[in-house]
Every structure is written in structure tokens, then in C-alpha cells.
Design a protein around this ligand. Structure first.
Ligand code: UGA
Length: 440
């Protein structure tokens, strides 16, 4: 099929490349012309394993092109995806200005019947707004609107796009449903599940999934605070919980909490939406509060271990909001860095991929290219992101370069015995502190 994609962020670019891989002819655009130039030269503007190869494959096959004008991804196309950002406003509401602008641009450029698919995460009711906008701008064109929320995770987005747990299509006409069935046929033929609903259900389901996952993580983090007080081990409690198939083992890792560009903004937008619909949902605010508290718990661990933070050097190991990405937006690591800086500490960070992004986001923090350089002379190191490289650090070497042997494990990612053997006082979250014989 001939497909257009507006917006080349994480969702748009992965969608465009995946659809080209499935055999469709895809043209994609973005309002950021520098990003488009980079994409046209074969570059990918963010770190996502497997994506450069997928983009290169589509470009080489002539099935994936990047063009500067929205009109060029609309004209003579059968399906156009809206994948633009929906950033949070001050009060948490999703800012849908870009969505409306793109809807108007699509309407102006349309040359014939067109299925317009909303893939950005949006509040329920947005597709209806898009439909009205399209109809007002060009009443003579037969537009169909559908919602096709994306469930891909940063760091494994390519796999999630090509081997999705489910494909969700919200549509209300047979034309729209048929277009999306045809689009995803290579995946459904391979046994992937397609769930068809009405539009409002699809829009709401996306927010519900992210809010529920964030709730699961906050639940285990609240449990971590209780375990700390009770002398229990949150990892063991979570393991027991996870063996109950009704609960499941995933998203029960206690630590610094959730971040990234999806959970924080989607939770806030969902809470705002619920309130607007006349059903305030305070559980969601509580989930966010517990998440902030997780960073505070790590901060308290550091402060308690170091006494005064002025004149102290703290190393943060991992800065991205999770492993597998260079994304530092709403990263708990940076929230902790800000907290430590405000308390007077010198903060030095290290991340395998997010050096540039972290420097840009928080210039007051030093960022090193090597973990041992980052830890040189530090009074305390905090594991903030559970990258494989950080899990397998040489703890003996880390201990040697540091001034004090204090290791806070904000992701419960290290082997406690190995930390103790290396001479560290090991302070995990939600689990008892372990003091080495040489430790303080
Ligand atoms: C999330 C969802 O998982 C995707 O399904 C969804 O498509 C995406 O948002 C989106 O809306 O675009 P993502 O933001 O990439 O994906 O990150 P996750 O893998 O879900 O992790 C979110 C955060 O929770 C991370 O900061 C992670 O470190 C944290 N987390 C996760 C925990 O602290 N503990 C856990 O047990 C699991």
C-alpha cells in the first residue's frame, strides 16, 4: 500500500521503517528539517537498536523516503499516519496543537479518499476532533479516521513493531478497518493478534495500559519503602507476587522508578482526562507521587551515608531513563542529579549512550565517557540505569578509584555479594544494607 507518515520521532520513524519492511511504499516527513536531512543521508537521530539497519533496508529497496512537505506524504496515498508529539501542558493536559495542525495540512493536501490514522498517544475523543477538522477543511473528500495506538518500547522498538503482542485498531467504518487489516496483513498472517474496537476504546486502552504499568511499578516501589522499614527484601516479595499468573512477574522491579517520554506525560494526561470527564482518578496522582518518592529514597540513602553533601562527589552510573536508549527525558537519574546538585554535591555522570543528551539536559552535571573516570575520587556511586555494561563493571576497580566505598544500587542491579567482596558498603533500595568488613 502507499502510506504516509507525519512525524519521525520514536513512534513515527519506527512505524515508517517497519511498514516499509512489510512491503509498503512509505513516505515520511517531519517539521524538523535537520532531522529529515540526517534521515535522507542514512542517519538515525536517536539510539534504537536495529533501527538504522531497518531504515537503511527500506531506503535501499526504494520503499522508504523522507520528504520535507506534508503534501508529499498525503498526495495519492491510501493511508496517512499522524505520529507527532503530544507534549504535556503545565497542568498535565496533552497539548494537541501539532495534531490539529497536521490534520489541517493533511486535509489541504488530500487528492482523494484517505484513511487518516492517529498513532500518537492522545486523549479519548481526539480522533473525533481530527475527523471534524478534516471534514471542515475539505467536505468534498471522503476521509476515514482510525486510531492505531503504538505499544512499542524504546530500546526494543524494532522487535515490538515487527513482532507485536497485539495490534490495536479502533475504527468505525468498514473502509478504515479494511485498510488497516490490509496494512498489517503480513503480521496477522504470521500469527500476530489484531484487536478491532471502536475508536474511543482504542484511544482509552492505550492510556489505560501505560497508567496500569506505571501503577505496577509504583506499587512495588511503595512496597520497597515498607520492606526497608520491615527489614524484608522487595525482590523476594516481588518474586513471590510474580509467580501468581494473575499478577505476572513483569514490571515489578523496584528502584528509582519510571521515567521517559511516555509514562509521566501519559499518566498526567490520563488523570486530567478523567477529571474532565467528571471522574477524578486520584490513584493516578498517588502513583506519580510514589514515583517521585523513589528518587527521594535514593537521595536519602546518599545523604544518610555521606552526612553533608557539600564538598562531596557523587557518581551516577547510568543516565538514560532505562537501558537500551539514549533518552534522558524525565529520567529518574537526572531527577536524582538535580536533587544532589541542589543539596550542594558535585555530580558526575556516566552513560553508555546518553552522554550528549544528558549534557544538554543538565549542564550543571559533569558527564564522563568512562565509568571509572566518572567514579574517580567519588564519595559515593549510585547505579541509576541497569545497563548490561553497568551490571558487569569491575567492582574492585571501581572501589579503587573511589574515595569512599559507598555504593547505592538504585536499580537493585548488582550482585550484593560481589559488592561486599570488593569492599563496598552496599545500599540497595527496598532491601537491607550490607556493610563490608572494610566498609564504613
Ligand atoms: C512504555 C510502554 O511500555 C510501551 O508499551 C508504550 O508503547 C510506550 O511507553 C509509549 O507509550 O510510547 P517505554 O517508555 O519505552 O514504553 O518504557 P518501559 O519499558 O515501559 O519503561 C518505563 C519506565 O519504567 C522506565 O523508566 C523503566 O526503568 C521503569 N520500570 C519498568 C521500572 O522501574 N521497573 C520495572 O519493573 C519496569
Amino acid at each position: 500500500m502507499r502510506v504516509g507518515v507525519v512525524g519521525c520521532g520514536h513512534v513515527g520513524l519506527v512505524t515508517a521503517a517497519a511498514l516499509a519492511h512489510l512491503g509498503h511504499e512509505v513516505a515520511a516527513t517531519d517539521s524538523d528539517l535537520e532531522k529529515l536531512a540526517l534521515l535522507s543521508e542514512g542517519g538515525v537521530p536517536f539510539f534504537e537498536p536495529g533501527l538504522p539497519e531497518l531504515v537503511a533496508e527500506g531506503a535501499a529497496a526504494g520503499r522508504l523516503t523522507f520528504v520535507p512537505e506534508t503534501a508529499d506524504v498525503v498526495r495519492d496515498r491510501e493511508v496517512v499516519f499522524i505520529c507527532v508529539g503530544t507534549p504535556p501542558r503545565e497542568d498535565g493536559e496533552a497539548n494537541l496543537v501539532a495534531v490539529e495542525r497536521v490534520a489541517r495540512a493533511i486535509a489541504r493536501a488530500a487528492t482523494g479518499p484517505l484513511v487518516v490514522v492517529e498513532k500518537s498517544t492522545v486523549p479519548v475523543g481526539t480522533a473525533e476532533r481530527v475527523r471534524r477538522t478534516l471534514a471542515r477543511e475539505r467536505p468534498e473528500i471522503a476521509f476515514e479516521v482510525a486510531s492505531n495506538p503504538e505499544f512499542l518500547r524504546e530500546g526494543r522498538a524494532v522487535r515490538d513493531a515487527l513482532e507485536p503482542d497485539r495490534i490495536l485498531v479502533g475504527a468505525e467504518t468498514e473502509t478504515a478497518r479494511a485498510a488497516l487489516r490490509a496494512l498489517y496483513e503480513p503480521l496477522t498472517c504470521a500469527g500476530r493478534r489484531l484487536i478491532e474496537t471502536d475508536i474511543a476504546t482504542a484511544e482509552l486502552a492505550k492510556h489505560a495500559c501505560n497508567a496500569f504499568l506505571a501503577t505496577k511499578v509504583s506499587f512495588v516501589n511503595a512496597l520497597a519503602r515498607i520492606c526497608e522499614r520491615a527489614g524484608a527484601d522487595v525482590r523476594s516479595v516481588a518474586e513471590v507476587m510474580g509467580t501468581d499468573p494473575r499478577i505476572g512477574p513483569e514490571f515489578l522491579e523496584a528502584g528509582l522508578g519510571w521515567g521517559g517520554y511516555c509514562f509521566p506525560k501519559d499518566l498526567a494526561a490520563f488523570a486530567r482526562l478523567a477529571e474532565d470527564l467528571g471522574y477524578p482518578f486520584p490513584l493516578l496522582q498517588e502513583v506519580a507521587r510514589i514515583n517521585d518518592e523513589a528518587v527521594e529514597a535514593a537521595f536519602e540513602r546518599v545523604r544518610d551515608a555521606l552526612w553533608n553533601l557539600e564538598d562531596k562527589r557523587v557518581t551516577l552510573l547510568g543516565l538514560a531513563f532505562k537501558p537500551g536508549t539514549d533518552d534522558v527525558r524525565f529520567s529518574p537519574a537526572l531527577a536524582l542529579a538535580e536533587r544532589l546538585l541542589a543539596a550542594g554535591a558535585t555530580v558526575v555522570g556516566y552513560d553508555p549512550q546518553a552522554t550528549a543528551a544528558a549534557k544538554a539536559e543538565l549542564p550543571a552535571m559533569q558527564v564522563c565517557e568512562d565509568p571509572y573516570d566518572a567514579a574517580d575520587g567519588a564519595h559515593c556511586a549510585v547505579v541509576c540505569t541497569a545497563w548490561g555494561e553497568i551490571r558487569s563493571l569491575d567492582l574492585g576497580r571501581l572501589r579503587e578509584v573511589m574515595r569512599y566505598p559507598i555504593l547505592v544500587d538504585g536499580r537493585n542491579a548488582l550482585d550484593a555479594e560481589a559488592a561486599i567482596a570488593a569492599g563496598f558498603t552496599y545500599l540497595p533500595l527496598g532491601r537491607p544494607t550490607l556493610v563490608s568488613r572494610q566498609g564504613t
